[in-house]
Design a protein around this ligand. Structure first.
Ligand code: ATP
Ligand code: K
Ligand code: MG
Length: 680
């Protein structure tokens, strides 16, 4: 089995950088700038200063040269911010192109009746409608998303997941979803179309990685408001300066004030904010996880509890009938026959495996079965069965559900079988014919390897893991112990799962949920972070806000890491940016006023050349720092599992203190250079 990430890009590859430069110019469009209050203000100020400089030039004024330089650097500030966003988006765009290349199928084989598979008509994919049946055969690219209604086939999903080993797709159960763009390796499937043209999983994935539908998260909006507030404060500070100057008998040119304003407002974080968010989503895509919203990524960084479904999530999920264990006075053959009849129309993998086992061990033949009315399995009743023409009823299901049905507790002998199977981690299905318990079917499943260590890692991150299952408490306890989860909930119906999530949330915890079945869908939707397995049903994938293409429940560790890194990176760069602005205030103001108030010389620790060179150096530093921090914004601040307080302390030291010191050094260095080159 080989595994590769669909597309890899270097952090600053030319394929990304060059188009991003063009994008940076295109993003000068006011509609695009308006999304970012700080950079929008910077652009307005740049425009004002451009007008003033042109006027100064026409009048042949002496301040033209310095004004022009300042104006150019003001525009650079805007362009660098646009560039940061464009670089972040560029990586997604390249990935989207790779996905687009896999969408090669343009026609579908439409059929009217699943039994007449040869009578298909070929139709353009973009004219398919939801609910129509299509035939997909070995070698075909799956034309659109759908649910398998008939057949079993192996499917190559590498175009989407990067995983080259084929997976099984079959009707019924939790492995019935088929994704457009994948390829059938063997056999055939009849598929019910589940997506409108242009709204398939692949289409949505392209839109997501491209950032076309990116919306600001509540955290980003809150930070935007804070930054806009700071911008307003500095606007007041700067507009009152001329009065102080006039009072002391000097004047400050408007272009200087414009430059001062831009150096003081939080342009660094303002310019990098959206790049940080996009880069976070991009890191998830690299981990083979598709995030439907940035909000889910952020919430993942703060998760307290992780709920996991058992079958298919912690275990492989191909629960197979392994043995028939009859009740006293019943022969194995009688039990097998009842189980066989009750499962003939049971389309779940469990049902099919029961039919296979009975046919193999006792030679029952499906063709001999007469007309009957079937009761399909449901997660609510946790049973299924059949009503035969002569009035005979057969049911099979979870032991507690069956005891409730027969209206009496299970006999000690049957109860013992149920307990033995449960304690071994197997699933016991009790079979009853006309209210009499015939015995138990032993379903076996296997816990996924290496899952224990992964849960231990989650525990180190402070996350509690809880397994929830429709299975009985004994089976649940056995599997929980084997997998190493912290806690479990057994005999859970979809309602009880939902209730558990609501209770955790009511106690103030952020809940993540991993699941794959249709019965998990309500819980996936209710959870703060709902991770649907790509192998799961369309309903589960629709309900989750994250989809793991590898269908690996322990992927949540990576998801949490990416979320935490996103939050920490944003916090660190915000701290740096604001500390910078405060430092710049003290770095520049003395230089500006030192001629008017010689007393300020004490504060003028930097000894900058002239007011002109001070302001020019400051605006150059201010623009360059955005570019310098692009790699950190894209790669994220390093995260290692540690208590939040330790991380906060460390980052305050590095980014807070660093943010205070760096401008003094940077502006002084640029000032020396400006002086050397006689720029101001
Ligand atoms: N085809 C079936 N017919 C009758 N009963 C079934 C069938 N499949 C499962 N059951 C019973 O119903 C219970 C619930 O099954 P379901 O698949 O809904 O579980 P779940 O809630 O998804 O949790 P898990 O996936 O961990 O089992 C099972 O534990 C089993 O006892
Ligand atoms: K600034
Ligand atoms: Mg399940």
């Amino acid at each position: 089995m080989s595994k590769h990430s669909p597309v890899e890009f270097g952090l600053l590859a030319p394929d990304i950088i060059v188009p991003a430069m063009g994008q940076a110019l295109r993003k000068l469009d006011p509609r695009s700038l308006a999304r970012n209050p700080v950079i929008f203000s910077t652009a307005l100020v740049s425009l004002l200063s451009t007008v003033l400089v042109v006027r100064e030039g026409l009048q042949g004024g002496p301040a033209f040269a310095i004004g022009l330089q300042i104006t150019v650097w003001l525009w650079f500030t805007v362009l660098f911010a646009n560039f940061a966003e464009a670089v972040a988006e560029g990586r997604g765009r390249a990935r989207a192109d790779a996905f687009r290349a896999t969408r090669s199928s343009v026609q579908a084989k439409v059929i009217a009746d699943p039994r007449q598979r040869t009578g298909f008509r070929v139709r353009d994919v973009d004219r398919l409608e939801i609910g129509e049946l299509i035939l997909v055969e070995a070698g075909d690219i799956v034309p659109t998303d759908g649910e398998v209604v008939e057949g079993v086939a192996s499917v190559d999903e590498s175009a989407i997941t990067g995983e080259s080993a084929p997976v099984i797709r079959e009707s019924g159960g939790d492995r019935s979803s088929l994704t457009g763009g994948t390829r059938l390796v063997s056999d055939w499937l009849v598929v019910r179309v589940s997506a409108r043209p242009g709204e398939t999983f692949l289409d949505r994935m392209i839109a997501l990685v491209e950032g076309a539908k990116r919306q600001k998260t509540p955290n980003e909006i809150a930070l935007d408001i804070l930054l806009a507030g700071l911008t307003l404060v500095f606007l007041l500070v700067v507009t009152t300066l001329p009065f102080f100057a006039a009072w002391s008998g000097t004047t400050i040119p408007v272009v200087y004030l414009a430059a001062l304003f831009v150096t003081l407002i939080p342009t660094t974080i303002g310019g990098l904010l959206s790049a940080i968010g996009i880069a976070g989503m991009d890191r998830l895509v690299k981990a083979n996880v598709i995030a439907k919203s940035g909000r889910a990524v952020e919430a993942a960084g703060d998760i307290d509890v992780l709920l996991l479904d058992k079958t298919g999530t912690i275990t492989f999920g191909n629960r197979m009938a392994d043995a028939f264990e009859p009740a006293p006075g019943i022969s194995a053959r009688q039990l097998a026959e009842a189980a066989f009849l009750a499962s003939l129309a049971d389309d779940t993998p469990e049902g099919r495996s029961i039919v296979d086992l009975a046919a193999r061990d006792f030679g029952f033949d499906a063709a001999q079965a007469g007309a009957a009315s079937f009761v399909p399995f449901s997660a609510h009743t946790r049973m299924s069965g059949v009503d035969l023409p002569g009035g005979v009823t057969i049911r099979k299901g979870a032991s507690d559900a069956m005891a409730a049905l027969t209206g009496a507790p299970l006999s000690p002998a049957v109860d013992q079988i149920v307990k033995r199977i449960g304690s071994s981690g197997g699933t016991p299905l009790v079979v009853a014919r006309d209210g009499r318990v015939f015995g138990v079917i032993h379903l076996k499943d296997v816990v996924k390897p290496a899952i224990r260590e992964r849960f231990a890692e989650l525990r180190r991150m402070g996350i509690r893991t809880v397994m929830i299952t429709g299975d009985n408490p004994l089976t649940a306890a056995a599997i929980a112990a084997e997998a190493g989860v912290d806690d479990f909930l057994a005999e859970a119906t979809p309602e009880r799962k939902l209730e558990l999530i609501r209770r955790e949330q009511a106690e103030g915890r952020l809940v993540a949920m991993c699941g794959d079945g249709s019965n998990d869908a309500p819980a996936l939707a209710q959870a703060d972070v709902g991770v649907a397995m790509n192998s799961g049903t369309p309903a589960a994938k629709e309900a989750g806000n994250l989809i793991d293409l590898d269908s690996d429940p322990t992927k949540l560790i990576e998801i949490v890491m990416v979320g935490k890194q996103l939050l920490i990176s944003r916090g660190a760069l915000t701290t740096f940016s604001v500390a910078n602005d405060v430092a710049k205030y003290f770095a520049i103001l003395p230089a500006l006023f030192v001629t008017a108030y010689p007393g300020l010389a004490v504060l003028d620790v930097m000894g900058l050349g002239t007011p002109q060179s001070a302001i020019l150096s400051a605006i150059i530093f201010n623009a360059l720092v955005i570019v310098a921090l692009i790699p950190i914004a894209l790669k994220g601040v390093r995260y290692s599992p540690a208590p939040a307080a330790t991380l906060l302390g460390r980052n305050l030291m590095i980014y807070g203190l660093g943010g205070l010191v760096v401008p003094f050094i940077g502006i002084k260095a640029i000032d020396l250079l400006v002086d050397l080159l006689h720029l101001a």
